[in-house]
Design a protein around this ligand. Structure first.
Ligand SMILES: [Zn+2]
Length: 225
């Protein structure tokens, strides 16, 4: 009993100390909340790796995420409704087997639909099926995926899908469909950039960082070009 009481006392003290911190720092950027719905063929471990990869790309820009799993049984009804928890600092991520429609015959790894030029829907899709096919097509760079241990294949798939997720989050958070020559918003990536251990090509510049931080703080959003 004493042990429990002591634990509560410590917890209260800790939360009081924590609550005092934001008042001193009004510039803190709140996290982006992402509700995840993944098909049964996508393992929990793979989903975690995908999120970690995307988060590692955004972290140097001061942007953080809260990843929430949507139970698979309720995923369908979540899709159908526009109300509920999906306010602008939240979006829904679906990881499934859809093919999407790429440009110039290229397979898209992920996509986000815009209602207007600066109005992205709160919905990102990642295609694990396309990622697997791209991995097979990248045998010259990564080796033959069918001969890899499953864990190694997952690491490679998570890099590509996590980087694609970071890019689509960029479209959402910048409220822009525009691509750039280099950095996170580059449209077309090589197999090395997608599957290699180095994610430094996915940089977020200072202007992008300011725009995203303003959006997450709820300040008026100026669409980036
Ligand atoms: Zn794009």
């Amino acid at each position: 009993m004493m042990l429990i009481a002591t634990t509560i006392a410590i917890a209260l003290f800790a939360s009081t100390a924590f609550a005092a911190a934001p008042a001193a720092s009004t510039t803190a950027v709140p996290p982006m909340i992402v509700y995840i719905s993944a098909g049964a063929e996508v393992s929990v471990a793979l989903v975690s790796r995908i999120c970690a990869e995307a988060e590692a790309i955004w972290r140097p820009a001061g942007i953080t995420f809260l990843w929430r799993r949507t139970p698979r049984v309720t995923a369908a009804s979540t899709v159908a409704t526009d109300d509920g928890p999906f306010v602008p600092d939240t979006l829904r991520l679906t990881i499934g087997a859809e093919r999407g429609s790429g440009r110039d015959g290229r397979l898209p790894l992920g996509w986000i639909v815009f209602d207007a030029a600066t109005a992205p829907q709160q919905d990102i899709y990642l295609s694990h099926r396309n990622a697997r096919e791209m991995l097979e097509n990248a045998a010259g760079v990564v080796g033959i995926s069918a001969q890899m241990p499953p864990a190694q294949r997952d690491i490679l798939l998570a890099r590509a899908m996590g980087r694609a997720l970071a890019h689509e989050l960029g479209h959402y958070l910048l409220a822009s469909k525009v691509h750039s020559e280099r950095g996170l918003m580059k449209a077309i990536l090589t197999a090395v950039e997608l599957f290699g251990p180095d994610a430094s090509a996915f940089q977020i510049d200072a202007a992008q960082r300011r725009t995203v931080a303003a959006r997450l703080r709820g300040e008026p959003l100026v669409a980036s070009r």
